[in-house]
Design a binder for this molecule. Structure first.
Ligand code: GLY
Ligand code: MN
Ligand code: MN
Length: 432
C-alpha cells in the first residue's frame, strides 16, 4: 500500500458500532475480495472488500474477520484469519501482515493463520445460534461474478446447515452511511489529492492535448501523493463526449472552443473522492458555455444548501428537479407547456438532466446508505452533481462536489477545486 497507516481507532470504533447491533448469541463473518485473474498467471491489483476493510483496516487478500461478542473465550470475540507469512512469500510478493502488524492495523489481538480456520470455526459455531453474513445487496449491484464472500458463504451454510443465517447488510448500510470524524479526515485527504490533480490539469489543458494525456496527468499527481489512483474509472470527455454519461474511452484530442468534462476523483486508503469539473480547452468559456455552466452552478449551489440534517433524499431530489426545471426554461431548452404536460414519473427536466443529483460516498464511490426515506444525519457524506447535457450543441456540463452533513448544515470537502467561471479563466490565463 502507498498510503500512510490509518489509526486503528477508526476500525475499533466501527467494530464497536456494528457489534452493538448484533443480536445475542451471534457471530459475524467477513471475507476479503479475491485476487481477480486476468488470464495466464496474471491478476488485477488487489482491491479489498469494503466491509472487512471498514471493520478491520486489513488490506490483504485471503483474510477473514470474525466478530463474536458473546464468545465464551474472550480471545474469540474478535478474530482475524490471515495467510501465513514466511520468508519465501516476503521475497516474491513483499511481506504480509504478521500478528503484531495485524494488531497495529486493526486493534484486533487474536490473529490466526488460515490453516486454523476449520478448527476454530467448528468450535465457535458450536457456541452460537446465529451467523451474520455479507450478502452484497447494493441497490445498483448488477454483476454476475461470484465473489469469494459468496463462495465461502455457501461452504459455511453447507457445513453448518442448522444455524440461523442473518444479513449484516441492514446494520452496515445504516452504519457505513454515517462517517466518524476520523473517516471524514481520511476522505478530506482523498479530496485534497483530487484537488492537486485538478490544479495540475488547469496548467496542462490546451488545444491539441488528448483526453488520455489529461488522464495521465491525474495519474501522476495522484500516485505521487500516495493514492493508489482513481477511485473509479475516470471520465474525461471533451466537446460532444461530455454528453455520454459513462464515457471512459478518453481518446479524443481536445479542440479549441470545446469544454472538457472531468469526472475524476482519487482514492486514498480505500476512501473515495468523486468530483466533476468542466474547463474550456482554450481557457475561455464561450457566451453559450458560460450561460449553461452558470445555470448548472446555480443549481449545484442551491442543492448543496439543501443538504443538512433532517433533509430527506427523495424530497431533496424533487426540489433539485424543480430548480433545474426553472433553469432549463430560462435557457429555452424546455417550455412551461412541457412542464404542464410532463409525466411526473419522468419530468420534463430529465431530457437534459437524466441522472440523480446525489449518492452516498465513502469507501465505495456509490457507497452503502439508506434510500428508505430516512432523514440525513450528521456524518453522512453525499455527492452533489447536477448537470445539463445538450448533445445537439456538443455541450455537456456537470459540476460535482463532496458534502459532509454536519450539525450546523454541511461542509464541502472539495471546495478547493475551482468552479467559478472567472476563477477558472483567471487560473488558465495566469499559467506560465
Ligand atoms: N463518478 C461516478 C458518479 O459521479 O456517480
Ligand atoms: Mn462523479
Ligand atoms: Mn458521483
Amino acid at each position: 500500500m502507498k498510503y500512510l497507516p490509518l489509526k486503528s481507532s477508526i476500525f475499533v470504533q466501527n467494530r464497536a458500532r456494528f457489534a452493538a447491533t448484533m443480536s445475542a448469541n451471534s457471530l459475524a463473518v467477513f471475507h476479503s475480495n479475491d485476487l481477480y485473474p486476468t488470464g495466464a498467471d496474471g491478476t488485477l491489483p488487489f482491491k479489498q472488500a469494503s466491509d472487512i476493510f471498514w471493520l478491520s483496516g486489513v488490506d490483504q487478500e485471503e483474510s477473514i474477520l470474525v466478530l463474536f461478542p458473546d464468545a465464551p473465550k474472550p480471545e474469540h470475540r474478535e478474530m482475524l484469519f490471515l495467510t501465513e507469512t514466511n520468508a519465501h512469500i516476503a521475497v516474491w510478493e513483499g511481506a504480509k501482515l504478521d500478528a503484531s502488524q495485524a494488531f497495529e492495523v486493526s486493534g484486533i489481538k487474536t490473529v490466526y493463520w488460515l490453516q486454523d480456520w476449520d478448527r476454530i470455526i467448528k468450535e465457535v459455531m458450536s457456541q452460537t445460534e446465529h451467523v451474520y453474513l455479507v450478502t452484497e445487496e447494493h441497490l445498483r449491484r448488477n454483476n454476475p461474478v461470484e465473489t469469494r464472500t459468496m463462495r465461502l458463504n455457501k461452504v459455511l451454510k453447507e457445513t453448518f446447515p442448522h444455524h440461523s443465517y442473518k444479513r449484516s447488510a441492514p446494520a452496515l448500510n445504516a452504519l457505513r452511511a454515517v462517517k466518524t470524524s476520523e473517516e471524514v479526515e481520511v476522505m478530506q485527504i482523498a479530496a485534497d489529492i483530487t484537488a492537486a490533480g485538478y490544479d495540475r490539469i488547469l496548467k496542462f489543458l490546451k488545444p491539441g492535448v488528448t483526453e488520455f494525456e489529461l488522464e495521465a496527468e491525474f495519474t501522476h499527481e495522484f500516485l505521487r501523493r500516495r493514492s493508489r489512483g482513481f477511485a473509479y474509472t475516470p471520465i474525461i470527455g471533451s466537446g460532444p463526449s461530455a454528453c455520454v454519461l459513462h464515457y471512459i474511452e478518453n481518446n479524443r484530442a481536445c479542440l479549441s472552443g470545446d469544454l472538457v468534462l472531468f469526472d475524476v476523483g482519487a482514492e486514498y486508503a480505500n476512501y473515495a473522492c468523486d468530483v466533476t469539473r468542466c474547463f474550456p480547452v482554450n481557457g475561455t468559456f464561450s457566451p453559450r458555455q458560460r450561460q449553461v455552466y452558470e445555470a448548472v452552478l446555480r443549481v449545484e449551489k442551491a442543492a448543496i444548501a439543501l443538504l443538512r440534517p433532517g433533509a430527506v433524499l427523495a424530497e431533496y431530489h424533487v426540489q433539485v428537479g424543480e430548480l433545474m426545471t426553472k433553469e432549463l426554461i430560462g435557457l429555452g431548452l424546455i417550455t412551461q407547456a412541457d412542464v404542464d404536460a410532463q409525466d411526473p414519473a419522468w419530468p420534463a427536466y430529465k431530457k437534459y438532466f437524466m441522472h440523480g443529483t446525489s449518492h452516498y460516498l465513502g469507501i465505495d464511490v456509490h457507497d452503502y446508505g439508506l434510500w428508505d426515506g430516512s432523514p440525513m444525519e450528521e456524518g453522512m457524506v453525499f455527492t452533489c452533481e447536477p448537470g445539463i447535457y445538450i448533445p445537439e450543441e456538443g455541450l455537456g456540463i456537470r459540476i460535482e462536489d463532496d458534502i459532509v452533513i454536519t450539525k450546523e448544515g454541511h461542509i464541502n470537502l472539495t471546495k478547493a477545486i475551482p468552479k467559478e467561471v472567472d476563477e477558472i479563466e483567471a487560473m488558465m490565463a495566469g499559467r506560465s
